[in-house]
Design a protein around this ligand. Sequence first.
Ligand SMILES: [Zn+2]
Ligand SMILES: [Zn+2]
Length: 312
Amino acid sequence: MRMRFWGVRGSLPAPLTPAQIRSKISAVIERLGPAPLPDAETRERFLAGLPPWLFGTTGGNTPCIEVRLAGAASPVIFDAGSGLRELGAALQLERPKPLDYHLFFSHFHWDHIQGFPFFSPAYDPEVTINFYLPEENPSGPLDAQMRAPFFPVSLDTMRAQKNFIRLETEIPLGEARLRWRKMNHPGGSYAYRLDEGGRSLIYATDSELKPGDFAETDANAAFFFNAGAIVIDAQYTPGEAVNKLNWGHSSYSLAVDFAARWGIKRIILFHHDPAYDDRKLYHLLEAAREYAQGKDECLKVDMACEGMELDV
Ligand SMILES: [Zn+2]
Ligand SMILES: [Zn+2]
């Protein structure tokens, strides 16, 4: 399966500010020194050698991940944060155009649904969207955010066929199967695990990991053990996690501990704090990689960035 990140920021969209862009340009010029860049090839080499926090950005959109399964044409989408708008625009340009979608919600905090009113395939009468939520019907909160005075277009006005599905324990998606598990977060949140042909991916955003998540239980082992990759809430530094106990998010160090505990092979840090700039986020990634070395040398640590694609 292949996944692409369309929104990676937690809590609130956080676009690059003019001051941050000026500061990046200034730092690049400083690195340039007096030597000229005589041709395009030299320029590209110079740019490629810059640290990623200077030549690029982590991205400011709120959570949205697209997964393409090997054995099914329909896109699987986790969360409808502001990144969903750009995903919708890209999907409309695909040929053949996808006509069926599976959309899963971790929960309904604003940063996970605010992109939905701007999801262009939802206005296409040829399209069918299947909305899923464990334990309850997902239509209520989506409908509520598209009412006056919050938004001028109602959910009914979206002309796609909409199927609201309350998830039981697991469902098949093509050749894959999807399971869910409740996580610790104010109001609750859900993690999802996709298994297809021996590959597995867990999406576990907005989760404050607790001792119970590390406990040796059959349910924990069945859900977490030996997963190929986990996209996990790592919003806080270890210090912040102490100060923000019970706020519903985890630190990168706890996320690494968790992946090492369950033999997960790859961890992708996610739900970045809107107050952190690219430089800070890349420093946190370095700190997480260093921390992981002491826990499990085989554990691969990455940071979710908009536009990043991964094969799992
Ligand atoms: Zn969130
Ligand atoms: Zn939340």
